[in-house]
Every structure is written in C-alpha cells, then in structure tokens.
Design a protein around this ligand. Structure first.
Ligand code: ADP
Length: 227
C-alpha cells in the first residue's frame, strides 16, 4: 500500500530530516512510528499525504509514485488519506456535524449524502448525541473524535494520526487509542506517530523506531518492549 524507496528529505537550510528510508506498509496494518521530538516522524507522514516531496528516492501509494501525481489531482490523493493532528484543527464556529459535513461540502457531495453519512460517522466515533455541539462545548477527547469523524468521512484507505493523544489526559487518550483500534479492525490502515509509550504498548502492533532521520528498529506485533 505504501512503499518508501531510498527516501531522503532535506529541508531548506540543508537540514536532513530523513535519510535513506526503505519501508513497506501493507493494507490493514496498524503501524506506530516512535522517536524523540525532531526525529523525523511528522516528515515521514507528510511525505505520505504529499505535503512534502522527497529530496531523493520515491514514495509509492498503491504502487504509484506520489511525486508523479499532477498538482490538480493531489486533492484526489489526499481524499484517500484521512489525517488527524494533535491540535484537532476544528473550525470553532461550526458544530461537530458542520465540521464533518464541511469536508463533504467542499468536495461537492450532494445534500442527501451529507445528511446520511455525517450522523452515521459521528455515531461510529461515539458522538451521535453531541452533533450539534460546538468545539468549545466538547472535551478534548470529544473534539479529537470529531477530527477522526472528519478524517473518516471520505472512507479513506488510510488514517494518518500525528500525536493524536498529545493534548489529552490519560483517560481520553485511552479512548482515542480504542477508537483507532476499532477503525483499524474495520479495515482501515493506520499510521500513528506518537510519543505516548503507554498508548503504543497497549496497541501492541508493528512499531517503527526513528532516530535522527533513520529507522533504527522495525518490530512486528508483540516484539516491541518499552525501555
Ligand atoms: P518529529 O515529528 O519527529 O518531531 P519532524 O519530522 O517534525 O520530527 O522534524 C524533523 C526535523 O526536521 C526537525 O529537526 C525539524 O526541525 C526539521 N524540520 C521539520 N520541518 C521543517 C521545515 N519545514 N523546514 C526546515 N526544517 C524542518
């Protein structure tokens, strides 16, 4: 599903964020990327959703190189990938329903589809009874659920989550971890970058350890142990 072939990313100013990354992620996997701040985790994710392009090497999505996607088709690529971030990135003036609906509206979905799909997806993330609440009326964990609902609305093949529990208390973090496991169980590939060792431990799936832009460990399910 995703393949990194000799990928190096050098940012302006000559900073090497990733170096010679070779890796494959298969459909349905739940992969956690761990490593200290600055290790290159976000850069790795950005290369997948085409926010950044490699300096050398190639990233493939479903066997096609991402850097070969024409600019006007990048949004089609991004629709296949749901993204979730530490800071939720919700629109404060819109309700939970409207935040999720907006993602469909901008891609031209008809009203009937919006009215059918949005409540369904909010139900899946456990917010069926809070659809009319604004972000400020929701807890951090609930806001992150809205972000997951929005990420899921285009029925993506992959969810990319960059520190999704970074702003949450331990109980909300655990609920978000459970939600990610549920989303993975229903067939969505998940790539999670996180510092949260506790969460990674509970997920107990493949773990890739990144340090100074390099992969220093790739552990299959059950093989990664906390230090
Ligand atoms: P992580 O997600 O593991 O904290 P990042 O991928 O965000 O790491 O960053 C890796 C390194 O690349 C860091 O040292 C960071 O300062 C640098 N970096 C990230 N984005 C940029 C950018 N747009 N321009 C220059 N340097 C960057």
């Amino acid at each position: 599903m995703i393949k990194f072939d000799k990928v190096t990313k050098i940012y302006k100013g000559d900073f090497k964020a990733l170096e010679d990354i070779n890796l494959e992620i298969l459909p349905g996997e739940f992969v956690s990327i761990v490593g200290k701040s600055g290790a290159g985790k976000s850069t790795f994710l950005k290369l997948i959703y085409a926010e950044e392009m490699p300096t050398s090497g190639q990233v493939f999505f479903d066997e096609k190189p991402i850097d070969g996607i024409k600019k006007r088709l990048i949004h089609e690529h991004r629709k296949k990938i749901g993204t979730v971030f530490q800071d939720f990135k919700l629109l404060p003036q819109k309700t939970a329903f409207e935040n999720v609906a907006y993602a469909l509206e901008v891609s031209g979905a008809p009203n009937e589809e919006i009215l059918e799909d949005v409540p369904q997806i909010l139900d899946i993330v456990g917010l069926g009874n809070k659809m009319e609440k604004f972000p400020r009326q929701l807890s951090g964990g609930e806001q992150q659920r809205v972000a997951f609902a929005r990420a899921l609305i285009h029925k993506p093949k992959i969810i990319i989550a960059d520190e999704p529990t970074g702003n949450l208390d331990p109980i909300s973090s655990w609920e978000i971890v459970q939600l990610m496991m549920k989303i993975n169980e229903i067939g969505t590939t998940i790539i999670l970058a996180s510092h949260n060792k506790n969460a990674i431990d509970k997920i107990n799936k493949r773990v890739i350890v990144v340090e100074n832009g390099k992969i220093i460990g790739d552990y299959s399910t059950g093989k990664y142990k906390l230090d």
